[in-house]
Design a protein around this ligand. Structure first.
Ligand code: GRF
Length: 223
């Protein structure tokens, strides 16, 4: 059983989706979330962790540089999953967990990513650019913001009457479907980052089929 640490600064709805997905797999789950870390003591992600009996650690901004690595070592974490974590992950951690650290971004990378592009700023930029398509991207984490190798993407239409809130909500619903699948696939070893810097393997068949055809609309998951 692989051990996952989820790092989350915000509400933790992606954390919840991952917890629910792995719980639904029961004994077939290849991994379990064993640690949740937040830089905010009042972050709701920590509440969600405690509610599932998962260790919830508050890592204050004043913590020493190596505090995160020590925490991950203490809990013997195999995989690190960033889910709305707004702190920079120290380079030694990024290097050690290379190929074992994932992030989700609420747009179709490499567009609308990079330093300072997080939260509503991403959707503001998407609306300002007038693009008709946004989406969610799951990628391995490397030293550059939002530039690690892409594991999977799921497109979401941008509607003419969209606001930042409506677009964010539509993308978030997709994130909740996409991220758990990716976490499971990487935990199983079905998808991996090879030495050549490329992602190899594939997500389970049901996923691309669902993503392409969709239940009702090509790009929007069922409610
Ligand atoms: C998501 O939109 C994710 O793409 C981004 O941060 C947000 C986290 O939301 N990295 P939540 O805390 O999982 O609800």
């Amino acid at each position: 059983m692989r051990r996952i640490a989820v790092l989350a600064s915000g509400g933790g709805s992606n954390l919840q989706a991952i917890l629910d997905h792995l719980a639904a797999l029961g004994a077939a789950a290849p991994a379990a979330v064993t640690l949740v870390v937040s830089d905010r003591a009042d972050g709701y992600a920590l509440e969600r962790a405690r509610a599932r009996g998962v260790v919830a650690a508050h890592l204050p901004r004043s913590a020493p540089d190596d505090a995160l690595e020590r925490l991950l070592d203490e809990h013997r974490c195999d995989l690190v999953v960033l889910a709305g974590y707004l702190r920079l992950v120290p380079e030694p951690v990024v290097r050690r967990w290379s190929g074992r650290m994932l992030n989700i971004h609420p747009a179709l990378l490499p567009a609308f990513g990079g330093h300072g592009m997080y939260g509503h700023r991403v959707h503001e930029a998407v609306l300002a650019a007038g693009v008709r398509l946004s989406g969610a991207t799951v990628h391995f984490v490397n030293e550059q913001f939002d530039r690690g190798a892409i594991v999977a993407q799921w497109p979401v239409p941008v509607r003419p009457d969209d606001t930042v809130e409506t677009l964010a909500q539509r993308v978030l619903a997709v994130e909740h479907r996409l991220y758990p699948w990716c976490v499971e696939a990487v935990a199983r070893g079905d998808v991996r980052l090879d030495d050549d810097g490329h992602v190899h393997g594939s997500l389970p068949y049901a996923f691309p089929r669902f993503a392409v055809e969709g239940p009702r609309h090509p790009f929007v998951p069922d409610e």
